[in-house]
Design a protein around this ligand. Structure first.
Ligand code: DNO
Length: 389
């Protein structure tokens, strides 16, 4: 596998020179400053690509070329936005950037309720607490009829939490779910947003009446137009699974399971329509067996995120060490090295450890924590490739 690393551009405190020293080959990045839906021009792509080339690395993967909301909910502007998307894809292909990751999650990208869950050893992990999230939904967003989406025991826990949660914790939960986790990846929300809850509700309202079947239709409509352009320019499109992999906030989610993956792959059955195999997202659903998924979909996978989770029966999800938990990273390396050896791979998320706690990184994207996991996985790759163990 190609050893890649997610880098957030020239302002990233982790520099390209640092990455070269630790054995990174390829960069995963995006034109973060371009608003969702606008065309990625050859000039802007060329400028960033050149900057990466000069450092002795290469721009291997775009993560993400965001799909604007109007394409997902099927708004009246969608044809113009799909055209723009196609132009950006063609511009990337011409520039030689050939792997493009995106997602099809309505309104909200990945979800965490806690960005600093202490581990016993002094490090911190990202965490998803289903009770806090249900509390966010029912009491902070106060989404209409939200309580109907949860079992009675969950609502009891939500009410119990309501009796103890402080105002500061409520603010922090809103900031974590809407701003801190989304601000740097989604384009829907920005740091400094004055009224995040109201904005969030406006976005949710765009999906009134959009169920799973309709969202699938909208994804198919998008793929039918984008995939032929990807094919023409030799670009591999790869959708990121929904994180966590189930419906949330009354919104459908459609990349959650083997059945979903099979559906979108056959909706437009073309090798350029593929999957980002995010072991962390997929493993956080107890319905998923990541080893079986990797065996089944390795050939249609264009990009791999290595990460692992521990999930308990009540749905609490902890980001585990990269060599433990439900992600089965060691077996995944074996599978991908055999089935799709040239594929770009990046370490997804890392713990906060050592000096990381004194720095300001995007949540999940610490330097030392990720480097530690990167080194672990390099060891696994070497063992698998050279000694076939
Ligand atoms: C979070 C990421 C996601 C991912 C996008 C891809 O850490 O896994 O934000 O980059 O969903 O489109």
């Amino acid at each position: 596998m190609e050893r890649t690393w997610r880098w957030f551009g020239k302002k990233d405190p982790v520099t390209l020179d640092m990455l070269r020293q630790i054995g990174v080959e390829g960069i995963v990045t995006s034109l973060h400053e371009v608003p969702n839906g606008e065309i990625w021009t050859p000039e802007a792509i060329g400028e960033l690509k050149n900057h990466i080339d000069i450092s002795g690395l290469r721009w291997s993967v775009v993560e993400s070329l965001p799909v604007p909301e109007a394409i997902k909910y099927g708004g009246k502007d969608r044809d113009r936005l799909v055209e723009n998307y196609k132009i950006s894809l063609a511009n990337l292909g011409r520039a030689g950037v050939k792997t493009v990751c995106y997602n099809f999650m309505p309104v909200i990208d990945w979800i965490r309720t806690d960005l600093r869950k202490p581990n016993g050893d002094g490090t911190y992990s990202l965490f998803f607490d289903p009770v806090r999230f249900a509390y966010f939904d029912c009491c902070l967003l106060a989404r209409k009829d939200a309580e109907k989406d949860y079992p009675a025991e969950m609502i009891e826990k939500v009410h119990a939490l309501g009796k103890t949660i402080t105002e500061a914790e409520k603010e922090e939960l809103i900031d974590t779910v809407i701003i801190k986790t989304q601000g740097f990846v989604s384009g829907n929300f920005r740091e400094g947003e004055k009224n995040p809850v109201q904005l969030f509700k406006q976005l949710l309202a765009l999906y009134d009446g959009i169920d799973k079947a309709q969202l699938r239709e909208n994804m198919k409509y998008f793929l039918e137009q984008a995939v032929p352009v990807a094919e023409a320019y030799g670009v591999n499109l790869c959708v990121h699974p929904d994180d966590p992999p189930f419906a949330v906030l009354g919104l459908p989610r459609i990349v959650t399971s083997a059945e979903d993956i099979e559906w979108f792959l056959s909706a437009v059955d073309n090798p350029h329509n593929g999957l980002t195999f995010c072991a962390g997202s997929l493993s956080s659903g107890l319905h998923n067996d990541v080893i079986a998924l990797a065996r089944r979909f390795a050939k249609r996978t264009h990009f791999v995120h290595l990460r692992s989770t521990e999930v308990d029966k009540d749905g609490y999800v902890l980001e585990a060490s990269h060599l433990e938990g439900r992600g089965h990273v060691i077996e995944l390396v074996r599978i991908f090295e055999r089935e799709n050896p040239g594929i770009p791979m990046r370490i997804d998320h890392g713990r906060l450890m050592l000096d990381d706690v004194n720095k300001t990184y995007n949540p999940g994207y610490s330097f030392l924590g990720r480097m530690y996991a990167f080194a672990q996985v390099m060891g696994v790759m070497a063992a698998v490739k050279e000694y076939d163990v």
